[in-house]
Design a protein around this ligand. Structure first.
Ligand code: AQP
Length: 341
């Protein structure tokens, strides 16, 4: 079978399941902006509202969080004139392809997803079916654009492998070369930003402890206080990255510093090695405020005009459907749905 050449296309999304965190910013959005500005790719970025409701969301909070997330994307540098910006539910082909992929993915594959186990915990019986099926919809989000590259944080690696498995099984079962094997792009110093209270846990917007994360809407005082109180150990910073092994909290703060300043961890430690946290933390707080304050101020300004955000998302959905409708139609045709041929 000849190898199809796919248009270089980037897709990624974030759930509007709460306010944006520094983890989402460094692990995802900042890199979305880099890929948009680097050129060479069509870029599509998404507020994945259908994923958010796999756990309970108050409707008004979901609406607000979706608009605030869109404001966060734009304030961070996503330009709706350069990238397609959408909320998932306005592009129905995501969910339609998601159903087909529910029928391609195997129960055994889904049962191995560690994020489901983490999120459902001991209460798996009470988790929604949507939470279990989430990775098949995520595969559809990506493949309904024939996206070739997906920038994500480390925690999404397993879901990206499943996306490739689904594409490969679909292509094999139907004897086609229709869906690409998408490449995950997991790069940079902050692919896994950890909780400020526990270096073994990912910083997460749904962590019950607000002190565990920096929210993109935190003011300068809140950021400084959370960094000052961040858990650390009593030792000074090492001069090389190897010295951070077995020091998860120290490594986390250095990774955050490196990612915010666009330096490597080695460069940061070459300069800061030997410093105590008493002097490093205020520098980190100052850097975080310098980088995040302009974004949160712009988010607040954009949130003053939610109708404009809605217009941007509606325009994005129309552009997106020019890509997704033909891909879904062809998928239906391959699968054998009458009315699509
Ligand atoms: N701590 C993190 N470090 C680096 N990257 C992260 N991402 C999330 N947390 C970190 C990346 O952000 C993108 C969007 O993630 P998501 O909101 O769709 O889902 P999530 O990974 O489950 O994020 P949260 O904050 O933990 O949300 P909740 O609490 O609702 O589950 C992804 O690219 C992810 O890798």
């Amino acid at each position: 079978m000849s190898q199809t050449q796919f248009t270089p296309r980037v897709f990624s999304g974030i759930q509007p399941s709460g306010g944006l965190t520094l983890g989402n910013y460094l692990g995802a959005i900042k890199r979305f902006v880099d890929m948009q500005d680097a050129g060479g790719f069509e870029t599509i970025y998404c507020m994945v509202d259908l994923h958010a409701i796999t756990v309970w969301q108050e409707p008004e909070a979901l609406r607000r969080n979706t608009r605030e997330l869109a404001a966060g994307f734009i304030a961070s540098g996503i330009d709706p004139a350069k990238s397609i910006l959408i909320n998932q539910s306005q592009v129905p082909e995501h969910a339609q392809l998601g159903w087909i992929f529910n029928c391609v993915a195997r129960m055994g594959w889904m049962s191995r997803m560690t994020q489901f186990k983490d999120k459902a915990g001991k209460n798996a019986e009470k988790a929604s079916l949507g939470l279990f099926g989430y990775p098949a919809l995520m595969a559809a989000d990506i493949l309904v654009y024939h996206a070739t590259h997906v920038p994500v944080g480390e925690d999404q690696k397993q879901h990206l492998e499943l996306t490739r498995d689904i594409a490969a099984k679909f292509n094999h079962d139907y004897g086609v070369d229709f869906f690409p094997l998408t490449e995950p792009v997991i790069e940079g110093a902050a692919t896994r930003v950890m909780s400020l209270r526990d270096g073994s846990k990912k910083m997460s917007k749904s962590d019950p402890s607000d002190a565990s994360r920096i929210n993109m809407t935190d003011d300068a005082d809140a950021i400084a206080k959370k960094i000052r109180k961040a858990k650390t150990d009593p030792d000074a910073l090492p001069s090389e990255a190897a010295g951070l092994e077995d020091r998860p909290e120290a490594r986390n703060l250095v990774n955050i510093f490196a990612a915010l300043s666009d330096l490597s961890v080695d460069d940061v430690l070459a300069e800061m090695g030997g410093q105590q946290f008493g002097s490093f933390k205020p520098m980190l707080a100052e850097l975080a405020v310098e980088k995040l304050s302009p974004i949160s101020a712009e988010m607040a300004r954009l949130m003053d005009d939610p109708a404009e955000i809605d217009r941007i998302l509606a325009r994005g959905a129309a552009q997106a459907r020019e890509i997704t409708a033909p891909i879904l139609k062809k998928t239906y045709e391959i699968v054998g749905m009458v009315g699509s041929d």
